[in-house]
Design a protein around this ligand. Structure first.
Ligand code: NAP
Length: 292
């Protein structure tokens, strides 16, 4: 058996097209365009690339990007002050603090100062709590993107055994909550899990978000499982056997023979994150304008 390869790029392009149409409708109705403020502290080149990508994607769907930057030595008060300015700015529908921050700053504390109504990354304690309670709120973008990928292959979630490897606040925990809300039976694994292979091999839906190249081997994958690879690990192109040098947490060549559907890296989960960020920004703008 060879699995269906889930084309994250194509699905993300569809979502972005839908958001662009909905932004047009929003603008016609309200006379305003949704605005996304990105806050970048420091000059980490990787973070700068991510922020530029988000800014560009935002403009492409007709939203207004606001690129706010602070130097590496910015104080907690300066970052909190800028976030607060964005919170109060009526032209800003969504606020995103690019992580990681320089070492002297506390990411979770600063993220927690973002107005929950503008928290398009879904990472504030209020939105994490709403998700946990099963109440409406802004959800983290990467887990939302994964749900969309699962829908694209009509994966049955109700009653399914779902295993999430990785328990970060950014991905693993919200992913597990979203799957639970879809009535999956969810197991979360982490670095202290005993016999990871045995737990993973029970999964109808196997999601890996660890940050370890090819941790998930063939015997971890139940025949017919849907495998979603969130990991992004940079190797030399020779080690990676692809031109980008990027590989996931799953041994793709082995898993593709066993799974029923699988995401590649790159081109799987990655493109969905920005698409879902755009959708979250529009949803935030609608909620602020009192539109359902
Ligand atoms: P993280 O905060 O570093 O968390 C990693 C998780 O993996 C932790 O829960 C850790 O367990 C667990 N872990 C580490 N070694 C393990 C092992 N040998 N067996 C089982 N579990 C193990 O990572 P993250 O932020 O969630 O990101 C994970 C990966 O996804 C990274 O490669 C990241 O680049 C990628 N990512 C991609 C996107 C995207 O848009 N494509 C978005 C987010 C993340 P403990 O909790 O016990 O330490």
């Amino acid at each position: 058996m060879s699995a269906t390869i889930i084309d994250g790029k194509a699905i993300a392009a569809r979502v972005r097209g839908e958001v662009a149409e909905d932004v047009r409708a929003f603008t016609e109705l309200t006379g305003r365009t949704p605005g996304l403020a990105t806050v970048l502290v420091g000059d980490d080149p990787g973070s700068a690339v991510y922020v530029s990508g988000k800014q560009r994607a935002c403009a492409e769907v007709g939203m207004t990007p606001l690129d706010r930057r602070l130097p590496t030595d910015a104080t907690h008060e300066q970052v909190a002050g800028l976030l607060n300015e964005c919170n109060r700015d009526e032209t800003v529908s969504g606020v995103l603090l690019q992580l990681p921050l320089p070492d002297h700053l506390d990411g979770p504390t600063l993220t927690g100062t973002i107005d929950p109504a503008k928290d398009v990354d879904g990472l504030t304690p209020v939105n994490a709590g709403l998700l946990s309670l099963g109440r409406p709120g802004l959800r983290p973008c990467t887990p939302l993107g994964v749900l969309e990928l699962l829908r694209s292959v009509d994966a049955t979630l109700e009653g399914a055994e779902a295993v999430v490897v990785g328990r970060s606040n950014l991905f693993g925990k919200p992913m597990a909550q979203l799957l639970l809300a879809q009535n999956a039976t969810v197991t979360m694994c982490h670095s202290r899990t005993r016999d990871l292979a045995a737990v993973c091999s029970r999964a109808d839906i196997l999601i890996a978000a660890v940050g370890r190249a090819r941790l998930i081997e063939r015997e971890f994958v139940k025949p017919g499982a849907v495998v979603i690879d969130v990991g992004m690990n940079r190797l030399t192109p020779e080690q990676a056997h692809n031109s980008s040098g990027l590989v996931g947490d799953v041994d793709f060549a082995a898993a593709v023979e066993v799974a029923s559907a699988i995401t590649p890296v790159p081109g799987g989960v990655g493109p969905m994150t920005i698409a879902c960020l755009l959708r979250n920004t529009l949803d935030a703008a609608r909620a602020q304008a009192g539109i359902q």
